[in-house]
Design a protein around this ligand. Sequence first.
Ligand code: FAD
Length: 430
Amino acid sequence: MPDDVALTELPPSLWAATAPPPPETTALEGETRADLCVVGAGFTGLSAALHAAEGGASVVVLEAGAIGWGASGRNNGQVIPTLSRMDPDEIARRFGDKGEAFVGLIRDSAALVFDLIRAHGIEAEAVQNGWLQPAHRPSRMALVESRVRQWGGRGAPVDLLDRAAMAALAGSEHWHGGWINRSGGRINPLAFARGLAAAAMRAGALVFTHAPAVSLMREGAAWVVRTPRGRVVADRVILATNAHSDDLWPGLRREMVPVASYQMATVPLSDNVRRTILPEGQALSDTRGDLHFFRFDAHGRLVTGGALVSGRNWRARIAARIGRRVAAVYPQLGVPRFDHVWWGYLAMTADRAPHVHELAQGVTTWIGCNGRGVALGVAIGRELARQALGTPWQRLPLLREPLRPIPAYGFARALAPLAVLERRWRDRRD
Ligand SMILES: Cc1cc2nc3c(=O)[nH]c(=O)nc-3n(C[C@H](O)[C@H](O)[C@H](O)COP(=O)(O)OP(=O)(O)OC[C@H]3O[C@@H](n4cnc5c(N)ncnc54)[C@H](O)[C@@H]3O)c2cc1C
């Protein structure tokens, strides 16, 4: 965690400067009754709220900050229908038919995001023209080929790209080939979160902001969620707090380590330079562990970022590090000027996989995006809504498991920032 910034003081992002305004919301006062109470107004919570409200449930959303205040409003906006580490064959091997069903959910997750954007007329700078994953070493082409085989064999719209094809799409000779998943793309993530909230509200959900849930308790057959000035009595609760999970549910936050990811945007580029970088406008994240990732926003800014071991003096250090990286990958641009630099938390689990839980009867959650949660959060949010509406777990494409707090949590959390050193070492030797 950056040690010079408190959790509540996350810096504003590019998206906060460019997204349409949020729908009007207030803090909760007094008591409200609902079929479903959703805690957290990021992609997971808002998708759950929208789908539950569309399914006929009365829904209340409680958000500690503003809509999209967490990772959902401050990420890179790459809509990626894969997990960060585990591939389909491994998921199927470990979890059988249930695993295949979950792979299907991941495969279709990017399409779900763009379908929702179209269906609800959300202004989110959405571009669905594919997600690129280039290989940073020739040896990584074996992994790329395996991913194309695994996803292609399961009906995903993927293609292998040789070195020349990738260079043409990336606008750089930096990589050795790669693959494209054509259902992926890019969005303005805060605009999407705000649009999802507005859609959920139109469907009947009540969204309260600056309304932190401070306790969650059973009262008879219902659950009672308290905020500083109100309470919600609900039959069911979805905890959609992910990297921002606190002690609302004992042990939940100890299942993941929140890791800072730094983001930055260049000033808008001239058309001449702009046309030479990602000329067809795809989003790109490569095969490195210390990911190199790039995309454009709607105003011609290159939006990128990276990781730091320590958060000290983060703004200057990340700008210098990523400035050098941009110049190496895109020499035609040189070291750019960044006019927005920010960061947010992503939730890393010990096995780098997402975890879905039924914490008690009527209380569900998922945690651990491990850096890939834009599409996945929306898809899992919809499935948790279906569960809340009465679909039995057996019919859901979710891998439900018991809560597994990380052993020696304090130690693991203290050491987590050092993992980036190991990833950089692996990237070099791979
Ligand atoms: C910098 C960064 C870049 C990323 N880039 C990408 C990317 O390009 N592509 C991709 O697929 N994924 C990316 N991710 C991951 C992705 O953003 C997340 O997985 C996703 O947004 C998680 O959504 P969520 O709704 O589950 O959680 P969040 O959006 O974090 O929402 C959780 C919400 O819960 C609220 N909350 C917590 N506790 C309480 C409480 N007690 N009461 C009320 N509210 C509470 C928080 O305020 C927060 O708003 C990135 C993440 C970060 C941080």
